[in-house]
Design a protein around this ligand. Sequence first.
Ligand code: ZN
Length: 527
Amino acid sequence: MTRFQLLGGVLLAMAFFHSSLEAARPTPQRGEAHALWAHPGDAGKSAASVRQFVEQCKRAGIDTIVMLVKGMSGETYWKSRRFPQTAAKGYESFDLLEHLTREAHAQGLMVDAWLCDFVDGQDGAAYREHPEWAQLNPGGGTTATETLGVARRPYPYVWMCPARRPGYTDQWLLPMIEEIATNYQVDNIHHDYVRYPGDVAPDSYCFCDYCLKNIPRFAMLSYDTRITERYRVNAVQEHIEANWWSDPTMLPIDWPQRDRREMADYLLNGRTIPGGPPDARYFFYSYRVHQIDTFAREVWERVQKINKAKGSRIGVSAAVFKNPIMSGRFIGQQWDEWAPWISIFMPMTYRSHFAGSFDAYLDHLTETTARQLEWISREKPLYAGIATTYLFREEWQPVDDIRDRATELKTLEANDASGRASKVKAIRESYDAVRARLKPVAPDRERELSRRIEAISPDATTVALDELLKLIAQLRNDPPPGYLPAEKLTRAIEAARKARPDGIVIFVAGSLTREKLWPTLEAAFRK
Ligand SMILES: [Zn+2]
């Protein structure tokens, strides 16, 4: 045997060893997968429009359409036999999911059924029929009593309690998912809002009656048997918390007399060992993580059961926040533990979830995607999620600022001269940035908008402000070609690719249309 033969034999053995390792792993995707989140409006309401939408996706190199079928207000876009009262307005007789799965499969594309899991609307059917299923804050209010932002915008959604049984999870959401998996040829059930609220008061939910009883029970802060027997901490160790295992009764002695606020205060700020650190919220956080984990597992198990019965291969995909450790703490979404119950992870690594410049985003997108693959040890495929709109922060921010200042100006008193003057100044400053971008690509529209801006003075009439707002809305909905630098999308896709994710998922079809980015996406995905 020559040295080359020997080397060849070693290489062959290494290759064999390598491939047998490979065989133990999940089947790898062929090439880079491409998915797109889409709203019902993108596909229209006829067989022909659905077919056209699928064709458009196919041309752009999309292989999975993630279509919204249960919206933020609980409205649904399939023909539900069990929950006909949830049918979205205008979709009572058009079964979008049925049409889409048929058309997509005919053209070789897959369809994920996207559900906004734990939200319902103030007028949503679930909340209307079962107000007792809603999450409650320490004051006893639902999330619809909260406001958003410094402007205190009303928050129109009611988050439903994931924990309560029987409740929203087992009486409403799980049956909906079972119905879809049973009656439709979807490729995946897609989780969104699979968590507790994040932008409204993350630490305020849920303190409904069920959770007030079950958070202490989950952590076994006291016994259900011999409930009148209380045990004090036996301080044999110098560090007080080192006596935790001596079996003290951790729940405060006056627990049954406490009201909701007092109970919530203990669960967030209390000490399980008197004199020890304020650690009770550890159990609040782990309870929430446990509830969302349980739901993710139940969905997986029920879908597997249906697969077995009908011989299908439906999986489960999920839109998740960018950092599972942070989202575990803030919203109960510790998705790095979910590999057993999720087929494809689609983290929302949108620029809106990152601070800094566009170039900083590109670096952080690569780094974050690499960390995500590390967090889940590549046990399941992960697609990097990119939202187009937020890529254009520099281009859209001044437009939105004009809209917001003009809207505020409408509400200011006529005699508030300095307030009104400062709004006008802010509008003009923002417009300078818009104008510099608009003039070279659409001189006619720039002239028209400039005239409207010049007409705005501290004593501008509502009519003049409305005329300006109309043009601003037009620019937002229909920017002239060239206003948005399309290469930002290409660069973001390339930055995500550096981390070698299993695919790329784009948010969202409507933005691609508005922002005229379909050709850019097609070119980026063809590579
Ligand atoms: Zn609850």
